[in-house]
Design a protein. Structure first.
Ligand SMILES: [Zn+2]
Ligand SMILES: [Zn+2]
Lengths: 253, 198
């Protein structure tokens, strides 16, 4: 047995016994770790509100590698994302993101690049003065890229034309746009049509680094189009992302 | 392990399906019952059968009841202007225990839980909104302070927007007898938000 200290985001909580709680956490250093917090649901628990969903915590636990469930020793909150908890749309968006993480992350894998993306996105959704939904789109696009399923919106997959003023086909399979002058069989492979507005938004989201992300304005129609293309791309490449429960709660769905 | 009685083994199996009862406790309970007089055991078995045969849900408040509407809904001494909304029937018991609240109840039968796919249609929210006719002046949401509880509260508040009924949520904050200095960020923030004017 060893004592571990790590940062983590809480992906799921389930009640256990009379007053305890089992947490599924995405840790910075150890991938997914299941933790048992004894007495966490008791009114006078020392944990208070620190073991709630989404919370960004620093946790100390006893690690028995042979077990699936580790015992929490101490917790402190780094960021409780209170604005997410205070707003229904932000809550739904954050839930969609942590459900995706819960499906994508497995134990004992180094996923620092995804962990950082998750923390950055939750902070963005929490702080955004407008359009927190952009955080969800940002996460979907960048999680694909970081897992190796890059989406390139800059030039035609076939002829490399930069195509600035046309409606375009995006090939989910290849992760690239295909222009209209190129052979139709290239376009039709798992293709989806992108309007000029949506293409511009995708390019902006792909390039933004947090700052300015929440200022990207878009019509409701384009927002739907972008979301559904991102979802198709993710689900095409990652089977784990089929049938996510929380997506039907989004305004976009 | 092999038991010498099939009936005993079956009982132990059934006990160990209950929440927070492990195999050892199940065994202890089964052997305890084995030693009891037959009449006592029959009383227990009848009590078990009765909860399924006699108990249903009140068609007004969805609390557990043996008569419909339930005694809380029909009691003429209870205030009809207030509805206290709770997650489950055992929350009604908790509030009744303090003997302070004299209004009506509404049991949602759960909370919104997007991660498990539990949405508003799985709860008695529509039924709550239908109760908000002329008589009701206040809805008190006595709902657990967690993500599902917060989402449920926000959803109901959104649905009640435009309905001329006061809506409140029970306070969240520092438990009585505990020390401020040890409260976590969320608890302390909620306690500040829920402060009362003196
Ligand atoms: Zn081309
Ligand atoms: Zn009733």
């Amino acid at each position: 047995m060893s004592i571990q200290r790590t940062e983590a985001i809480i992906l799921k909580t389930i009640p256990y016994g009379e007053t305890s709680k089992i947490l599924t956490t995405f840790t910075k250093n150890m991938g997914k770790v299941n933790l048992l917090a004894k007495g966490a649901r008791d009114v006078k628990s020392k944990y208070g509100g620190s073991l709630e969903l989404f919370n960004y915590i620093s946790v100390i636990y006893y690690d028995r590698t042979e077990r699936d469930l580790q015992y929490v020793s101490d917790v402190s909150v780094i960021d409780p994302f209170l604005q997410i908890h205070n707003d229904l749309d932000r809550t739904y968006e954050a839930l969609a993101i942590i459900e995706m993480c819960n499906r994508l992350i497995h134990g004992n894998e180094d996923n620092l690049h995804i962990f950082d993306l998750l923390v950055q996105t939750l902070q963005g959704i929490d702080r955004a003065e407008k359009r927190p939904v952009n955080g969800l789109l940002y996460f979907m696009l960048h999680v694909a890229t970081r897992l190796g399923f890059t989406m390139d919106f800059d030039s035609c997959k076939n002829c490399r034309d930069v195509m600035d003023h046309k409606e375009l086909n995006f090939s989910v399979e290849h992760g690239r746009v295909v222009c209209e002058s190129c052979p139709s069989h290239l376009r039709n492979v798992s293709g989806a049509l992108l309007s000029k507005e949506s293409l511009g938004i995708m390019r902006q989201i792909a390039r933004s680094h947090g700052n300015g992300l929440y200022n990207i304005a878009m019509s409701e129609k384009a927002c739907h189009e972008v979301y559904h293309l991102l979802l198709r791309h993710l689900q095409f490449h990652m089977e784990e992302l089929q049938n996510l429960n929380s997506l039907s709660f989004l305004k976009l769905a | 392990m092999q038991y010498t009685s099939e009936s005993l083994e079956r009982l132990i199996n059934e006990f160990s399906k209950l929440p927070s009862i492990g195999r050892k406790t199940a065994q202890r309970l089964a052997f305890h019952l084995l030693k009891q007089p037959k009449e006592d055991v029959l009383v227990l078995s009848k009590a078990l059968a009765d909860i399924k045969e006699k108990i249903g849900r009140c068609s007004v408040c969805f609390n557990v009841t043996e008569q419909d509407p339930c005694v809380l809904c029909t009691n003429p001494k209870r205030d009809r202007n207030t509805i206290c909304v709770v997650e489950e029937a055992n929350d009604v018991l908790a509030i009744e225990r303090i003997d302070q609240y004299r209004g009506q109840y509404h049991v949602l039968g759960g909370l919104l839980n997007p991660l498990d796919g539990i949405g508003p249609d799985d709860l008695k929210i529509k039924e709550l909104l239908l109760r908000l006719n002329g008589n009701v002046k206040e809805v008190i949401l006595a709902i657990n302070p967690n993500v599902s509880g917060d989402a449920t509260v926000m959803y109901i508040a959104e649905k009640m927007n435009g309905i001329p009924v006061k809506i409140s949520r029970i306070a969240r904050g520092i438990p009585i007898g505990s020390d401020l200095e040890f409260a976590d960020m969320t608890t302390l923030t909620r306690a500040m938000e829920g402060r009362v004017v003196l």
